[in-house]
Design a protein around this ligand. Structure first.
Ligand SMILES: Cc1cc2nc3c(=O)[nH]c(=O)nc-3n(C[C@H](O)[C@H](O)[C@H](O)COP(=O)(O)OP(=O)(O)OC[C@H]3O[C@@H](n4cnc5c(N)ncnc54)[C@H](O)[C@@H]3O)c2cc1C
Length: 383
C-alpha cells in the first residue's frame, strides 16, 4: 500500500451523526481532505439525532458557561440557513416552569442575569393568563425566553452532510468501523469493507463511544429515552397559534415538549428518567410502558387538551457523563485525535460549534473557545 493512496485522508471522522456531520462540514469549509464513516445512513433513527426536533435556548439552566457557545451556535445555524436556503430553525419561544427551589427556573434566571439575556418571569396566576393552554400548580413559577425554539434535527444532519460532500469531503455509510490503530505516525481505520488511513482522527461515535475508545474516555453510561407524539383537541397547541416549546420541572421529574405540527401531534418526553442500557443495538424497541405512563400522567396534569391516543414514538439515547456536562477534548494519543461525547441529552444545539472545536483541536492542538469546563480531566478516570 502506498503511503498516500486513494484511501488516505488528512482527517477521518468516526461517526457521521449529529456532531460528526457538523465536523465534516467544518473540515470541508476549511478545504481539508476528509472522510466520515458511519455504520448507518445518517440521518437515521438508531442513535441520538432523530425525532424531528431539538430544543435550542440561550438562558441555559445547566450552566452559565455554555452561553458563549450558544451565542456562536445561533450564529452558525443561521449562517447555514443563509448559505443553503434550508429552513432549519423554528423560533417558537420556550416556556420553562417549575418549583421555585428547583434546578430549571432558578438556573434560567441566574444565567439570564449573568449574561444579560432577555427573559420574562411569571407567577402561576400570570402564567395562566399568558399561556392558558397549560395547567399550573399555585406554587410554580415560570420564565419565557422568546429567542428559543427548535432545530429540525434530521434536516440539519442531512444538510451538513450534503454540503460537506459538495465542498469535496467524502462520506462512507453503511460501513461499520471495527478497529482503529495508531501506527507509523498515522491512523488506520479498519471497517467491514475497507481500511483507511489518516493523519488526524475525530471521534463522534455518540452512544457507541465507549465501545471503541472505552479505555481512553471517562466512564459514560447510556439512558434509553422515549419520545412520544399525542393529538390535542385545540389549535392552541400548534406552531401556527404560537404555542411555545415547554419544559416543566415537577417535584420528581422533568418533562418537555414541542408544539404540534401537521398531523404529528404534540411531541412530549421525560427528560429526567430513562433505563440504563449497555448496547444501543441490543435493546427492546417496544414502547416502554413505564415511561409512557409517566408522560401520560404529565399530560393529564399539565396539558388539559391532549388526548392519550398515542400517534407514534421513537427511541433515542442519552450518552451520559457523571456530571451531565459534555466531553470536548483532545485524546491521549501521539497522533492528533479529538473527541466529543457525553452530550448527556442536551448537546445537539451546539453541534456546529462542537464540529468547529473538534477541527481546531486536531489541526491546531487547541481551541480558543472557553471550554476548560468540558475537558475530560475534570471527570474521575475509568477504574
Ligand atoms: C430523546 C432525546 C432528546 C434530546 N433533546 C435534545 C434537545 O432538545 N436539545 C439538544 O440540544 N440536544 C438534545 N438531545 C441530545 C442530542 O440530540 C444528542 O446529544 C446529539 O444529537 C448526539 O449526537 P452524536 O453525534 O453524539 O450521536 P449520534 O448522532 O448518534 O452519532 C453517532 C454516530 O456514530 C455512528 N457509529 C457508532 N459506532 C459506529 C461504528 N462502529 N461504525 C460506524 N459508525 C458508528 C452511529 O451510527 C451514529 O450515526 C436529545 C437526545 C435525545 C436522545
Amino acid at each position: 500500500m502506498s503511503l498516500k493512496n486513494s484511501n488516505h485522508y488528512d482527517t477521518i471522522v468516526l461517526g457521521a451523526g449529529g456532531v460528526g456531520s457538523a465536523a465534516l462540514y467544518s473540515l470541508a469549509k476549511r478545504g481539508i481532505k476528509a472522510l466520515a464513516i458511519d455504520r448507518f445512513a445518517p440521518p437515521h433513527n438508531l442513535g441520538s439525532s432523530h425525532g424531528l426536533s431539538r430544543m435550542i435556548r440561550m438562558a441555559y439552566f445547566e450552566h452559565p458557561d455554555y452561553v458563549p457557545l450558544l451565542r456562536e451556535s445561533y450564529e452558525r445555524w443561521e449562517q447555514l440557513e443563509r448559505d443553503t436556503g434550508e429552513k432549519l430553525y423554528e423560533e417558537t419561544g420556550l416556556l420553562e416552569v417549575g418549583i421555585p427551589d428547583g434546578f430549571v427556573v432558578p438556573g434560567v434566571i441566574e444565567t439570564a442575569r449573568e449574561h444579560d439575556l432577555e427573559i420574562e418571569e411569571y407567577s402561576a396566576s400570570e402564567l395562566k393568563k399568558r399561556f392558558p393552554q397549560f395547567n399550573y400548580e399555585s406554587h410554580w413559577i415560570g420564565v419565557y425566553e422568546k429567542r428559543a425554539g427548535f432545530l429540525r434535527v434530521e434536516r440539519c444532519v442531512e444538510t451538513l452532510l450534503r454540503q460537506a460532500q459538495e465542498l469535496g469531503c467524502s462520506l462512507a455509510t453503511e460501513e461499520t468501523i471495527l478497529e482503529v490503530q495508531e501506527k507509523s505516525g498515522r491512523w488506520w481505520v479498519k471497517t467491514d469493507r475497507s481500511t483507511y488511513e489518516a493523519d488526524k482522527l475525530i471521534v463522534t461515535l455518540g452512544a457507541w463511544s465507549s465501545q471503541l475508545f472505552g479505555d481512553k474516555l471517562p466512564p459514560l453510561y447510556l439512558l434509553k429515552q422515549l419520545l412520544f407524539w399525542y393529538p390535542t383537541t385545540r389549535t392552541a397547541y400548534t406552531i401556527e397559534q404560537n404555542c411555545p416549546g415547554f419544559f416543566f420541572e415537577m417535584d420528581e421529574a422533568m418533562f418537555y415538549g414541542f408544539p404540534q405540527e401537521d398531523t404529528m401531534g404534540l411531541k412530549v418526553a421525560e427528560h429526567s428518567g430513562g433505563e440504563i442500557v449497555e448496547d444501543p443495538l441490543a435493546i427492546d424497541r417496544a414502547v416502554d410502558q413505564g415511561q409512557k405512563t409517566k408522560v401520560e400522567g404529565f399530560l393529564k396534569e399539565v396539558v388539559p387538551h391532549a388526548t392519550q391516543d398515542l400517534i407514534d414514538y421513537q427511541i433515542c439515547f442519552y450518552t451520559m457523563t457523571s456530571d451531565t456536562h459534555f466531553i470536548v477534548d483532545r485524546m491521549p494519543f501521539k497522533n492528533p485525535a479529538a473527541v466529543v461525547t457525553g452530550l448527556s441529552g442536551h448537546g445537539y444545539k451546539f453541534a456546529m460549534v462542537l464540529g468547529e472545536m473538534l477541527v481546531d483541536l486536531v489541526t491546531e492542538g487547541k481551541t480558543n473557545r472557553p471550554v476548560e469546563f468540558l475537558r475530560s480531566s475534570r471527570l474521575a478516570p475509568r477504574l
